[in-house]
Design a protein around this ligand. Structure first.
Ligand code: MN3
Length: 196
């Protein structure tokens, strides 16, 4: 992780970040390596290339997705106050595609809240448009089996392990309270690269 485990306090508690990174994420990495090792056709491929064929392997889908999603997720957050602001270009595009910044954040929170069980909520760039979508489990929009594919711009983890110690069953409170730790400098860069 690009920061210490207590760096996202008080938005995300130290114990949550510690368990999330050192046990959940590390568990995906370990299990993915174990799954790939004996399988010749999976060896020597980038994670992106593996995910593009996720439909062919449950291990790649669940463990590879888990590793990829969390690796991205850590970079999308920073200590509150250090993430900068959304760029003018990103704001303009959000206003165009969602009608307002508030409508975007509301759509993002609602998509995360409505995800039944475990999963992720994403802001993706698809065919010249920004869209909010949600995927189950560790699926992501880079996978061949996902309905809406696209370039990842922003993500939040809505598995219970991401918020349960602080918020228990109130996932909506987690989603609403999460914005201060978003790393807009990183998000702006992902958006600029996608939009060309
Ligand atoms: Mn997680």
């Amino acid at each position: 992780m690009p920061y210490l485990v207590d760096a996202l306090e008080p938005v995300i508690h130290k114990s949550t970040t510690e368990i999330h990174h050192d046990r959940h994420h590390a568990g995906y990495v370990k299990a993915l390596n174990e799954a790939v090792a004996p399988t010749l056709e999976l060896q020597g491929k980038s994670l992106e290339a593996l995910l593009a064929g996720a439909s062919k392997s449950a291990a790649v889908r669940n463990l590879g997705g888990g590793h990829y999603n969390h690796t991205l997720f850590w970079t999308l957050m920073v200590p509150a106050g250090q993430g900068g602001e959304p760029s003018v270009a990103l704001k303009d595009k959000i206003n165009k595609d969602f009608l307002s910044w508030h409508a975007f954040t509301k759509a993002f929170e609602e998509a995360g809240l409505k995800r039944f069980g475990s999963g992720w909520v994403w802001l993706v760039w698809t065919w010249g448009k920004l869209q909010v979508i949600s995927t189950p489990n560790q699926d992501n929009p880079l996978m061949d089996l996902v309905e809406v594919k696209g370039t990842l711009i922003l993500a939040n983890d809505v598995w219970e392990h991401a918020y349960y110690l602080k918020h228990q069953n109130k996932r909506g409170d987690y989603l609403k309270g999460w914005w201060p730790v978003v790393n807009w400098n990183r998000v702006n860069g992902l958006f600029a690269a996608a939009a060309g």
